[in-house]
Design a protein around this ligand. Structure first.
Ligand code: MLC
Ligand code: AMP
Length: 468
């Protein structure tokens, strides 16, 4: 299997006694390999396989087994409610399920044996085989399945390995969820491709990071701002080589506080589910608060104004950020039209982010084009999906969901509701619980504000910028 397109470090890298530590369990490289092969050999020829992505070794082994066999894995957020799970299963066409299965899911369950003694072999997949289908929100509608090929994941990870000097000597520590690019692709496949160690702390709490020795630590900005407020834990991280922030903008005061407490200026990097990580500060380069660095190996960027002209690289002028490179996704599953529309006619992916670039090629993310994509605690969610969920409640006549600035979460979800009947705290609580249970915990509004009407323009479109 030396010619596997992605899992080179796992298959040909060093044999480590403690390659993966997840919670109380420690797995050697050989044990991970055997369990993953054992799982790969029981997979159906056709996937995809839905993996209930709890932070446990079984999740890691199931995803690796799928990648070995060339069967796409679909990580399912463990806190996703019935509405979201049904959508993901239907949309992806998943043929089997791994992990604890809700009663109402009819798929066969595939067992993961951590002591997969039998091993077994499978033919290596092609680099263009879909490795993962990651569900992510758009501005409207239900989440879309982003198809990432094994080769794209490999290219994205290699770009980061080069920028961060990621080597088998490294131990990565993080506690991020295992169903997104950050926690799963970078946070699990990253160390396994590089033949390095992984310590997953179950959740990304500062005290857990402090209690777990490592050379690299990953966090979303909310994690780093919590680290910065926990002076004792922060000081423990002085031992690290790199502290890496991404998935949302790292506020400059948090950057400064982390540097002050740990002696390490954070590495900020920028990416998307669709593109992996395309921009990053380098381990051997400048780290500037508020800036996300340079294109990683293989990635290219351009910034264009409304008429498609190049924006001057003066660090101030901003425009639409477009990217291309071998780490980009293959398309949105089953949505050829949307996939094609997300690229320019000359093949650049339109990120939807606004950016500026300076003469040295350093990039700064200035904001997003749409108010309807919200980033809360590093989670991407669409105003539209939360609005649709709320509109299903009889208490809601009209609703507009917005992201408001929040010192801890970056943005917090706020629902402006025109009630059908009385509003009040009890109704607000029911609405929040509905979204948390039907969609997922992190998509719930943190606040519900009842109003008599929503501001609309002459066309009847809600003017979200006037809310607040
Ligand atoms: C959590 N809690 C629940 C619950 N889930 N209670 C009931 N039901 C549920 N389903 C409880 C927790 O136990 C905790 O209690 C409390 O709620 C708060 O939990 P938390 O996890 O701290 O929540 P919160 O503060 O909302 O989250 C902050 C966060 C989280 C940073 C931990 O947002 C997070 O994990 N973000 C990561 C998102 C991410 O990985 N994005 C990457 C996208 S990929 P107690 O008692 O323990 O406090 C991407 C590409 C790229 O963007 O560029 O990387
Ligand atoms: P997701 O698909 O969940 O990965 O979300 C991607 C979006 O997260 C991007 O389009 C950006 O808006 C945002 N993002 C990721 N990293 C950064 C960063 N370092 N700075 C600012 N925004 C970021």
């Amino acid at each position: 299997m030396a010619d596997h397109p992605l899992l080179t470090g796992l298959l040909d890298g060093p044999d480590l006694e403690d390659a993966v530590v997840l919670g109380d369990e420690t797995l050697a490289t050989d044990a991970v390999r055997r369990a993953a092969f054992a799982f790969a050999t029981i997979l159906p020829d056709e996937g995809p396989v839905a993996v209930h992505a709890v932070p446990r070794p079984e999740t890691v082994v199931a995803v690796l087994g799928c990648l070995l066999a060339g069967v796409p894995a679909v990580p399912v957020p463990p806190d996703a409610g019935p509405g979201e799970v049904r959508h993901v299963l239907r949309d992806s066409g998943a043929t089997a399920w791994v992990g604890q299965r809700p009663d109402w899911v009819g798929l066969p369950v595939l067992p993961v044996q951590l002591d997969g003694a039998g091993g077994g072999t499978v033919a290596p997949p092609r680099a263009d085989a879909t490795g993962l289908i990651l569900y992510t929100s758009g501005t409207t509608g239900a989440p879309k399945g982003v198809e990432l090929s094994q080769g794209a994941i490999a290219a994205g990870l290699d770009g980061l390995a080069e920028a961060w000097q990621w080597s088998p000597e490294d131990t990565l520590v993080h506690g991020l969820p295992l169903f997104h690019t950050h926690g799963l692709v970078l946070g699990v496949l990253g160390p396994l491709r590089n033949g390095a160690r992984l310590r997953h702390t179950g959740s990304p709490k500062p005290e857990r990071y402090a209690a777990t020795p490592g050379s690299m630590y990953f966090g979303v900005p909310t994690v780093w701002s919590r680290v910065a407020r926990d002076v004792e834990s922060a000081r423990e991280l002085r031992r690290a080589r790199l502290l890496v922030s991404g998935s949302a903008p790292l506020p400059a005061p948090v950057f400064d506080a982390v540097r002050e407490l740990t002696g390490l200026a954070p590495i900020e990097r920028y990416g998307m589910t669709e593109t992996m990580i395309t921009l990053s500060a380098r381990a051997d380069g400048e780290r500037r608060p508020g800036w996300v660095g340079l294109p990683v190996d293989g990635a290219q960027t351009r910034i264009r104004d409304e008429s498609g002209g190049a924006v001057p690289a003066d660090g101030e002028s901003m425009g639409r950020l477009e990217v291309r490179g071998p780490m980009l996704f293959s398309g949105y599953l089953g949505r050829p039209r949307t996939s094609a529309d997300s690229f320019t006619s000359d093949g650049w992916f339109v990120t939807g982010d606004l950016a500026a670039r300076d003469a040295q090629g350093f990039h700064r993310i200035v904001g997003r084009e749409s108010v309807d994509l919200i980033k809360s605690g590093g989670y991407r969610l669409g105003a539209g999906e939360v609005e649709t969920s709320l509109l299903a409640r009889p208490e809601v006549a009209e609703v507009a969901v917005v992201g408001e600035s929040d010192p801890d979460l970056g943005q917090r979800v706020v629902a402006w509701v025109v009630p059908d009947g009385p509003g009040g705290d009890a109704v607000a609580e029911r609405l929040v619980a509905h979204v948390a249970e039907e969609l997922s915990w992190h998509k719930r509004p943190r606040e519900v504000r009842f109003v008599e009407s929503l501001p609309r323009n002459a066309m009847g479109k809600v003017q979200k910028k006037q809310l607040g």
